[in-house]
Design a protein. Structure first.
Length: 80
């Protein structure tokens, strides 16, 4: 996967995780990988992948890179 292509897919993955974290935070890692995998695959349905997309999703979560994009919790709203 070329660096530019990888960066574009990574950015989409970050946006997806950021927007869906309240629901995804309740899921197991395996479920998170599957949700991201199916979402990315639906966007790039006609793209020929240079690496397996599922491997990308597993590496994305295992690197914990996604944590930078998880919305922070406001301590006051957590108690509400």
């Amino acid at each position: 996967m070329s660096p530019n292509y990888y960066n574009q897919v990574s950015e989409l993955a970050r946006i997806f995780v950021h927007e869906n974290w309240p629901e995804m935070s309740k899921m197991s890692r395996g479920q998170q990988v599957e949700i991201l995998f199916h979402w990315l695959r639906s966007i790039f349905i006609n793209v020929v992948w240079c690496i397996p997309l599922h491997d990308f999703c597993e590496k994305f979560f295992s690197s914990e890179e996604y944590l930078e994009y998880v919305p922070s919790q406001d301590p006051l709203t957590e108690c509400a």
